[in-house]
Design a protein around this ligand. Structure first.
Ligand SMILES: CC/C=C\C/C=C\C/C=C\C/C=C/C(=O)SCCNC(=O)CCNC(=O)[C@H](O)C(C)(C)COP(=O)(O)OP(=O)(O)OC[C@H]1O[C@@H](n2cnc3c(N)ncnc32)[C@H](O)[C@@H]1OP(=O)(O)O
Length: 304
């Protein structure tokens, strides 16, 4: 990947301690004596989230890279939020395409190994990271367009739903939806709210209860995605859509987006801790752990 953009990062001495951890996570290195440092965009490419900025166009492409299936591990979620924050603070960027670097998979959703056989403290930490990812994406001031170039179940679908527009590859093997009930678990209320805001109440009720995974043409019909195109046109189409949305003055578009989305985000913001407690007690139940383990086993056996 050849990237040439230069990003100014303030001296680490001026940053809060967590920012030093962030720098380390992203592999930024400050020279001795540092009073601010220029890092090339190549440095911006962290391990699990690749960011390819195009300052001339005012956009960036963010690619998830957590093979084999882009499961949303704690590490990936952390990098995603950090990368997004950095783009939000970069005055040269107004829009971002979210896509995958893993062939045939946009994201397999939440990492089941983060929700299985761990302790309550881990579940709480993980859930806080999932909430953070959703809140940051859903309330982003940037124009976000999802280029869904593969399967996108559950948490993968949620990421797409946070975007302002969704372009999906036309391969009928790629499916998208909130399939939580098939795992014996329940989509959290804010997943549900995001879906209802996208496809409406009746379609959501049916999709959520049945855990429906829609192939691209059905996803288009129900309004879960906005456009279906051949696989090799997904990213270019997403970039064209981004350009259309960016033709609108930022302040007016951002205020409108906030007006539409803030009440939904506020429902979670008002009860974040309670939501974490609910998740921890739900996921810690023996019956739920058994369901998840059986589901993971089934995925593994599928190969053999
Ligand atoms: C009262 C209520 C209160 C609170 C709410 C409580 C609970 C709700 C909590 C959470 C909501 C959950 C959201 C989620 O996102 S759960 C995850 C759902 N994801 C899925 O169902 C997708 C599962 N995966 C697949 O269907 C396929 O893997 C996929 C179509 C994505 C790709 O298929 P492919 O054939 O290409 O690969 P596989 O051979 O199946 O997989 C390769 C490898 O990866 C492992 N794998 C797959 N998905 C996951 C995952 N989500 N997490 C972790 N690991 C995953 C799979 O086991 C294989 O592993 P290995 O055999 O070791 O190589």
């Amino acid at each position: 990947m050849a990237l040439t953009a230069v990003i100014r990062v303030p001296s680490r001495a001026l940053l809060r301690p967590w920012a030093r951890l962030r720098d380390a996570a992203l592999g930024w290195i400050e020279p001795a004596g540092g009073g601010g440092v220029e890092v090339s965009a190549q440095r911006f490419a962290s391990q699990k989230v690749l960011v390819e900025p195009d300052p001339a166009a005012g956009v960036a492409v963010m690619k998830f890279k957590n093979p084999p299936v882009n499961s949303l591990s704690l590490e990936l979620l952390t990098e995603l939020v950090i990368s997004l924050e950095k783009l939000e603070n970069d005055k040269t960027v107004r829009g971002v395409v979210l896509t995958s670097d893993c062939p045939g998979i946009f994201s397999a959703g939440l990492d089941l190994t983060e929700m299985c056989g761990r302790n309550p403290a881990h579940y709480a930490e993980y859930w806080k990271a999932v909430q953070e990812m959703w809140l940051r994406l859903y309330l982003s001031n940037l124009v976000l367009v999802a280029a869904i170039n593969g399967a996108s179940p559950a948490g993968g679908c949620l990421i797409a739903l946070t975007c302002d527009y969704r372009v999906m590859a036309d391969n009928p093997k790629y499916c998208i939806g909130l399939n939580e009930t098939l795992l014996g678990i329940v989509a959290p209320f804010w997943f549900k709210d995001n879906l209802v805001n996208t496809i409406g109440h009746r379609a959501s009720e049916r999709a959520l209860q049945l855990g429906l995974l829609f192939p691209p043409t059905e996803a288009l019909q129900v309004g879960m995605v906005d456009k279906v195109v051949p696989k090799d046109q997904v990213q270019s189409t997403a970039l064209s859509v981004l350009a259309q949305w960016m033709a609108i003055p930022d302040h007016a578009r951002q205020l409108t987006k906030n007006m539409m989305r803030k009440p939904t985000a506020d429902r979670l913001l008002k009860q974040r801790d309670a939501d974490i407690q609910n998740f921890v007690s739900f996921i810690s139940r023996d019956s739920i752990q058994k369901s998840l383990q059986m589901y993971l086993e089934k995925l593994k056996q599928k190969k053999g």
